[in-house]
Write a protein that binds this ligand. Structure first.
Ligand code: PLP
Length: 464
């Protein structure tokens, strides 16, 4: 070792884990406290400041405290303030304070959430959280579930379970034999299917373009009466919450037809599934509990940190059959739940901990209130924008608002100016051929004042 090596090692030792954690806590606290005042998207100066990271790989150990300082000083300004209250882009959600805190403690634990012996506490909390989720989301009590990275992987897992179950009934073991020579499966999706579901189909060998697209109505909802013929080798993919307008496919009518044919129904409910948790919105979820598999995100509307998605199947054995590495063992019933037998991953972070912390802290009422509040703020935004003379393009039944400020270029200009001003952030989408600003209210932190301010800002920009 050279002198400078030993000096750096000594400095690192002097500034140990306890000091680093305190330092990180202080920096994180200041970051969150500053969110309200800062630009929602990083300024040009902050982006330029990222060049501070363009260093050669250090040859020798560095002071850990300096690493943390660089991360904060160059990194924090270049974040998107999606943890804050004025972020309305995509469907993002913030992070409840208790979930950030639980995440820190769990990170200190550094548990492997996958194997049975990886972490007794993680396995326990995931089991408790699954039980609570099934209740809160109104899913069948016997449903099985897995903690995945997001709704894309939750769609993947749900569709893998569908593939497993439908082919198994035909005497085909798809996990062992693959799809070569298997009885063909037909996948039906709505015209408004989310791209992540198509991606999942591609990964599963079911084909992004091999799908049958069912027609939709003016709100993007699948028309049950216009479904193609269904059989016992059909997977019907329905949506609880269209990513643009929040619309729900008519589950009751579609599932009744699917049941009669022996088809499988998979639900992409990345954010919409949470409507079930709010009594005032639960009617939107009517019939959805009769499906066979469900995908949702906890990092969206439950407001836990990234990454956190959830896959459920009506019969736990179907998810396990598709995901277990041990095809012989999964048939043995009654053993302890092994988390990695329900997810594509083996080793993974114990992401159920934040889900547990959110539910444990919010309770049923707190969860309902958070979902309902977002929906009410969306309705208020829509009213305010309409009153200001702008056209709201969707029925605002959930948390999504699509608004046009005139021609496509007008809407894009308002978006650019809002983003540049940094007082809020929303993007645009194309809805039925028209360019619209898509405003999503999905953060626990967004207030009435934030919604009112956004209406005022957009009105000023649109008229300016
Ligand atoms: C966000 C979203 C997805 C994808 O979720 P990820 O968490 O980004 O993987 C899928 N479907 C819908 C409807 C969504 O809104």
């Amino acid at each position: 070792m050279t002198n400078s090596d030993s000096a750096a090692t000594a400095a690192a030792a002097e500034f140990g884990a306890a000091d680093l954690l305190r330092e990180a806590a202080g920096r994180a606290e200041r970051y969150l406290a500053g969110l309200e005042a800062r630009a929602v998207f990083p300024t040009a100066a902050a982006l330029a400041g990222l060049s501070a990271f363009d260093e050669p790989l250090p040859a020798t150990p560095q002071d850990a405290r300096a690493t943390l300082a660089l991360l904060d000083e160059a990194g924090s300004p270049a974040t998107v303030a999606s943890a804050g209250q004025r972020y309305f882009g995509f469907v993002t959600g913030g992070s409840l304070p208790v979930t950030v805190a639980a995440n820190w403690l769990a990170t200190a634990w550094d548990q492997n959430g996958g194997p049975a012996l990886g972490s007794p506490v993680a396995a326990k909390l995931e089991q408790v959280a699954l039980g609570w989720l099934v209740q809160a989301l109104g899913l069948p009590a016997e449903a099985g579930g897995g903690f995945v990275t997001g709704a894309t992987m939750a769609n993947f897992a749900g569709l893998a379970a569908a593939r497993h179950a439908l082919l198994r009934r035909k005497g085909w073991d798809v996990e062992a034999q693959g799809l070569f020579g298997a009885p063909p499966l037909t996948v039906v999706v709505g015209e408004e299917v989310h791209v992540s579901l198509l991606k999942a189909l591609g990964l599963l060998g079911l084909g992004r373009e091999r799908v049958v697209r069912a027609p939709v109505d003016g709100e993007g909802r699948m028309r049950a009466e216009a479904l193609p013929a269904l059989t016992d080798t059909t997977v019907v993919c329905i949506q609880a919450g269209n990513v643009n307008n929040g619309a729900f496919d008519p589950a009751e009518a579609i599932i009744a037809r699917a049941r009669a044919a022996g088809a499988w129904v998979h639900v992409d409910g990345a954010f919409g599934l949470w409507a079930a948790a709010a009594p005032g919105r639960a009617h939107l979820m009517a019939g959805y509990a009769e499906a066979d598999s469900w995908a949702t995100d906890a990092h969206k509307w439950l407001n836990v940190p990234y990454d956190s998605g959830l896959a459920f199947t009506r019969r736990a054995a179907d998810l396990r059959g598709a995901m277990s590495h041990n095809q012989a063992a999964y048939l043995l019933a009654g053993d302890e739940r092994v988390p990695m037998e329900y997810t594509p991953e083996m080793s993974r972070r114990a992401r159920g901990i934040e889900v547990w912390a959110a539910l444990r802290t919010l309770g049923r009422d707190g969860l309902a209130e958070m979902i309902e509040r977002c929906c009410q703020l969306a309705a208020r935004l829509a009213e305010g924008l309409r009153a200001a003379g702008f056209e709201v393009l969707n029925e605002v039944a959930l948390n999504q608002v699509l608004v046009s400020f005139g021609e496509a270029e007008d809407t894009r200009r308002v978006m650019r100016e809002l983003q540049m001003e940094g007082t809020g952030w929303a993007g645009t989408t194309v809805w039925h051929g028209r360019t619209a600003m898509r405003i999503s209210v999905s953060s626990w932190a967004t207030t009435e004042a934030d919604a009112e301010q956004l209406v005022k800002t957009l009105t000023r920009l649109a008229r300016g």
